[in-house]
Design a protein around this ligand. Structure first.
Ligand code: GRG
Length: 300
């Protein structure tokens, strides 16, 4: 188990430091790609800001497992690359057809559909390179597990599967079970991979890996419930993406099915369950407790 983190945990300082660490690793992760347009398009989306929640979750889980989070940096970057490529593809005219992401025009609006698709492909493949080739000091056995986890969550059993069901459900009446399926796959799977991969690199034992899985399921669904709520309550300016998009695309959302108050109650309940799973790790889990709260309290 990791060393105890102070019970007077300073989350905003922690978040600021972790974000700065992630930003600099992301900046260094892209080499002199060839041709230059590809490099520009990859950098445009990868370095466009964003909350960096996924890499931070990975680093926090590695530390909770007692590992050296420097060793998890390439995997943390890989997770943000997979997330970013999924946003680029999601915004394409053939999918969500969005013009605004992370406060700027979407990748295809700037570089065209073909380059946007290829920049996404290059980020996805670079993610695997980060783990398999650019990680230092981690056994190949652990890295193989991380690669396996990433291939599962990115593909049909994860993001791709969730996205297909989401697209097929547009304009249709969707029940809570299907909505949960979509979000556990589109959003929850990658968040789960963040803590699982961080835990694996840190050398987590089975009990912690199981607890991290329970934690991630709760924060994954809560994250999406809040995303749905913000879509109706926040402005495009604050969100950095088009607000009210779910209504325009005629998507079923948690507020639509349950109302705003019940949706918020569910998100809080899920986050409490998530935190409960990590209670045995006490103060060492303070960053993951705080990240769970951040998910329900965020305004963008
Ligand atoms: C991964 C192979 C592969 C394909 C992608 C397009 C697609 C398949 C999946 C769509 C996944 C998707 C866009 C899910 C939505 C997840 C979500 C709620 C994103 C917003 O995350 P934030 O708020 O964004 O963390 P920032 O910009 O802060 O990083």
């Amino acid at each position: 188990m990791a060393e105890a983190v102070s019970s007077t945990f300073e989350f905003s300082a922690y978040l600021e430091k972790a974000r700065a660490r992630v930003e600099s690793a992301l900046d260094e992760s892209l080499g002199p790609e060839n041709p230059e347009t590809l490099r520009e398009s990859m950098r445009y989306s990868l370095l466009a800001g964003g909350k960096r929640l996924r890499p931070i979750l990975c680093l926090a889980a590695c530390e909770l497992a007692g590992g050296n989070s420097d060793q998890a940096i390439p995997t943390a970057v890989a997770l943000e690359m997979i997330h970013t490529m999924s946003l680029i593809h999601d915004d394409l005219p053939s999918m969500d057809n969005d013009d605004l992401r992370r406060g700027r025009p979407t990748n295809h609006k700037v570089y065209g559909d073909a380059i946007a698709i290829l920049a996404g492909d290059a980020l996805l493949t670079r993610a695997f390179e980060m783990v398999a080739i650019r990680t230092q000091g981690v056994s190949s056995e652990r890295l193989l597990k991380v690669v396996g986890e990433l291939s599962l969550v990115a593909g049909a059993p994860g993001l791709v599967g969730g996205q297909v069901v989401d697209l097929q459900c547009e304009g249709k009446k969707v029940d809570l079970e299907t909505l949960e399926f979509i979000h556990l796959h589109k959003t929850g799977a990658l968040l789960k991979a963040c803590v699982t991969c961080g835990g694996l690199i840190g050398g987590a034992q089975e009990d912690l890996l199981n607890a991290l899985g329970i934690y991630a399921r709760g924060i994954g669904l809560a994250f999406q419930i809040i995303d749905d709520i913000l879509d109706v309550t926040a402005s495009s300016e604050v969100l950095g993406k088009t607000a009210g998009k779910d209504l325009i695309a005629d998507k079923t959302t948690y507020p639509k099915l349950l109302g705003l108050d019940e949706s918020r109650r569910r998100a809080n309940e899920l986050v409490n369950k998530s935190k409960k799973a990590l209670e045995p790790w006490k103060d060492s889990a303070a960053p993951l407790f705080a990240l769970a709260d951040y998910i329900t309290n965020r305004d963008r």
